[in-house]
Ligand binder design. Structure first.
Ligand code: NA7
Length: 558
């Protein structure tokens, strides 16, 4: 076959081995990519900067760190035996338990022998492999790590996560702070001593809302610095009952079918009730039931919540009323009441006693939208008004440079040495979130333009990896180099924008879905909001049609 070659013999590994695929990252994505690609006959190496597996669950060790998806479906589905042998202990898995699960997966599928830990990638550059004598040593990627060593592979797969580049606010004076400060996504492994100390938390997203009640129980005094008031639904976490665990295990095939057919990768049944047609008492009954059940399912229980502003206003009113009922102090209640965005247009947190925490005598709330943080002094924060807040520990629960941040944290260069940073100067462009024009044989698991953070991540990850694996099998057979076409990228950008604009999601001006949380970041809706099932069907159509969105070129034969 013209151009066909054994890419597995490209070599270049420091240990003299050979690799077809380099995967960057050993979280949910990287582990499954290694397993799946290995099972399809590829040689694979994973480069991971941490000392262990887990990705975001390796780093996010802040007090209260827990998944908002329920344990029975926040897990892999690729192996029914794994589903049966692993037993979750709580409704929502905590960080330690998820990390334990991923360690189990790494051991069970003998993944560690192909993972290099403590290795930070600094650059990746593609070349066509064409030699000056007209021959070719084969196209591929050269991946360089912090220690200066390089590895060569045919295909590069990024499994760097969507929420892994910490967003630490650039506040003047931080370096001079006499206490200690930490970002929740880089929490010290030995923990942080907060007992009896004055702790300040900046941020009331999902992370802050999880951490605040736990920190409040330990701290001498906890001050929350809130920029945007947030909605939250009670999680109602609890230990799992052994009978429920068995019932769930027996139902896994149907749970998985529902996830695959869903909008968000959750196995929830969407309500078909037009809620505004109902009288007030019946509407309230529906909201109350969803509130009592708890968790992200609240969204599924209210039809058109994210597409009809009147429906959303009604549901948002219910949550605002719950905040009023829970929080005792009227001024605190007012500051905590979200008014500037519809419910769930920013990632909706779920909580354990979040609003109740503001009734504690050792907790206070500061509105830093009204009076922003001007500087960090050696003693704490100084606000623009001149007010000072003395602190021993600052906790930045300030989120992440989402989706694009992890991919731009190292230097990726494609055809003609063009950098991804330059290619994405006016915002990210991808085909299906999986590849980028000008970057041949690069595949981005949960990249911008994929449903990623709008879905239950393991579902999206398995779909991406399986799809990429099928394409790589074809490329191995044909010897083709694959690269999205600019036309396909344009078509997909239009579809990503259309899908977002069909929802209320674009109405949250300060949302990280739009890149609005990072100063200077290009504003564009980053994930695909058209729904997981629709996205999967689009990917399947692309494959069935022979990948029309990709230029598939044969390299020069050696
Ligand atoms: P988020 O959801 O981005 O929340 C970050 C919070 O930090 C949010 O309340 C921000 O306010 C606040 N923030 C960010 N920068 C500042 C500055 N400079 N000053 C004051 N407040 C600030 O991140 P999370 O870690 O909570 O959650 C990320 C995802 O992880 C979550 O959605 C789940 O998918 C898991 P803002 O709202 O921008 O005004």
């Amino acid at each position: 076959m013209p151009g066909a070659r054994s890419w597995g013999t490209l070599g270049g590994m420091g240990d003299g081995g050979h690799t077809d695929v380099l995967v960057i990252g050993a979280g949910f994505s990287g582990l499954y990519a290694l397993h799946r690609l290995r099972s399809r006959g590829f040689s694979v190496r994973v480069l991971e900067q941490a000392d262990g597996v887990g990705g975001t669950w390796f780093w996010n060790r802040y007090p209260g760190a827990r998944c908002d998806s329920e344990s029975y479906y926040y897990c892999y589905s690729f192996d029914p035996e794994l589903e049966q042998e692993w037993t979750w202990t709580e409704r929502y898995p905590g960080q330690e338990e998820i990390r334990g699960y991923l360690e189990h997966v790494a051991d069970r599928y003998d993944l560690r022998r192909d993972i290099e830990f403590g290795v930070r990638v600094t650059s990746a550059a593609w070349d066509s492999g064409e030699r000056s004598d007209g021959g070719s040593s084969g196209a591929g990627w050269t991946v360089t790590t912090e220690d200066g060593t390089s590895r060569r592979c045919r295909w590069l797969v990024t499994a760097v996560g969507c929420l892994s580049a910490a967003n630490v606010p650039d506040i003047p004076g931080l370096a001079d702070f006499a206490g200690e400060w930490h970002h929740t996504g880089r929490w010290p492994h030995g923990g942080v001593e907060v007992s009896g100390r004055r702790v300040g938390v900046v941020g009331t997203g999902s992370t802050g809302i999880q951490a605040i009640p736990v920190l409040a129980e330990q701290a001498g005094h906890l001050t929350v610095f809130q920029r945007t008031a947030n909605y939250s639904i009670p999680a109602r976490n609890a230990p799992l009952d052994p009978d429920d665990i068995e019932a769930t295990k027996a139902e896994y095939p149907s749970i998985r079918r529902r996830q695959q057919a869903s909008t968000n990768g959750h196995p929830f049944t969407l309500s078909d009730v037009d809620i505004l047609d109902l009288p007030a008492d019946q509407r309230r009954e529906i909201y109350q039931k969803a509130w009592d059940r708890g968790g992200l399912q609240f969204r599924a229980d209210v039809k058109d919540l994210l597409t009809d502003r009147a429906v959303n206003d009604d549901a948002s009113d219910f949550i605002r009323e719950k905040i009023r009922e829970t929080v005792h102090d009227p001024a605190t209640t007012e500051t905590l009441t979200p008014r500037d965005h519809p419910f769930a247009t920013k990632r909706p947190p779920i909580d354990t006693h979040y609003f109740e925490t503001y009734n504690r005598p050792n907790v206070s709330l500061v509105d830093v939208k009204a009076d922003p943080i001007a500087a960090v002094t050696p003693r704490g924060f100084r606000l623009e008004s001149g007010a000072e807040h003395a602190l021993d520990v600052i906790v930045f629960a300030t989120g992440f440079d989402a989706l694009t941040g992890p991919l731009l944290s190292f230097d990726i260069r494609g055809r003609d040495g063009v950098s991804l940073r330059d290619a994405w100067r006016d915002g990210p462009r991808t085909h299906l979130g999986l590849g980028v024009a000008g970057f041949p044989d690069l595949f981005t698991i949960t990249g911008p333009g994929s449903p990623s953070v709008l879905t239950n991540m393991p579902v999206a990850i398995e779909q991406h990896v399986d799809w990429i694996a099928d394409l790589l099998v074809r490329l191995r057979e044909t010897g083709e180099v694959a690269e999205p076409t600019p036309e396909a990228e344009e078509t997909w950008a239009v579809e990503v924008a259309r899908a977002a604009n069909a929802t209320l999601l674009v109405q949250a001006a300060s949302s990280w879905y739009l890149g609005a949380n990072v100063p200077g970041k290009h504003r564009v809706f980053l994930p695909y909001a058209g729904g997981y099932a629709r996205y999967r069907a689009t990917c399947d159509d692309e494959a069935a049609a022979g990948y029309p969105g990709f230029a598939l070129a044969r390299p020069t034969a050696a």
